[in-house]
Write a protein that binds this ligand. Structure first.
Ligand code: FE2
Length: 195
């Protein structure tokens, strides 16, 4: 087996990666989406609740960013730029598009939870303490890395679904790792390391 030289991840590389993600994957414009639905009743019946859930999760990115800013006050500028200037604008558009989609299906708009919970506020007040900060990082980054790994796995498979559905989304998904938690730029490089 060929010996592939190890690539070392530096802060500079991560910063450049974040900048590139912002340039390559700007937020999807609402008016660029094909909103044709051939069988709206059937789609609403089968997928209405799923679309609502997805819309809500995406729209809650505003709260997720707030949580990160509160819980990780010592995050560097690259991470903060990623949360606020790259990831949030991408995700909020996903939410708006999905929410429009469900309203096309004559469903009620999503009701995202945008308020910080009491627990997060308490944790945020203590976040400058090192032991608390270490726990917060663990809670956010470890599940993030795990989710990213799970996302990488299907991109290496050769099934039709992986080729047609997963891989085309892969570059974009690598920008905003792991669902509702743990969005930091360290994870956007996880896939590269694992390959
Ligand atoms: Fe998204």
């Amino acid at each position: 087996m060929a010996n592939v030289p190890r690539q070392y991840i530096t802060q500079q590389k991560i910063a450049e990666h974040v900048q590139r993600l912002g340039e390559l994957y700007p937020p999807i414009r609402l008016d660029s989406v094909d909103r044709t639905i051939k069988q709206p009743l059937l789609v609403a019946k089968r997928f209405g609740r799923v679309i609502d859930y997805l819309a809500r999760v995406e729209l809650e990115v505003d709260r997720n960013v707030l949580e990160l800013l509160v819980l990780l006050p010592e995050a560097d500028e690259t991470n903060k730029t990623f949360y606020a200037d790259v990831w949030q604008p991408q995700e909020i558009q996903h939410g708006l598009i999905l929410d429009r989609r469900q309203q096309d299906l004559r469903r009620a708009p999503a009701e995202p939870q945008l308020e910080l919970s009491f627990g997060i506020k308490i944790l945020g007040a203590l976040a400058h303490l090192k032991p608390i900060q270490d726990i917060v990082k663990l809670l956010y980054f470890l599940p993030g890395a795990s989710t990213e790994r799970q996302r990488c796995w299907p991109t290496t498979r050769s099934t039709k679904a992986c080729k047609s559905l997963v891989r085309p989304l892969s570059p974009r998904r690598s920008s905003h790792r792991s669902g509702s938690r743990s969005r930091d730029t360290s994870r956007s490089t996880t896939c590269q390391r694992l390959r």
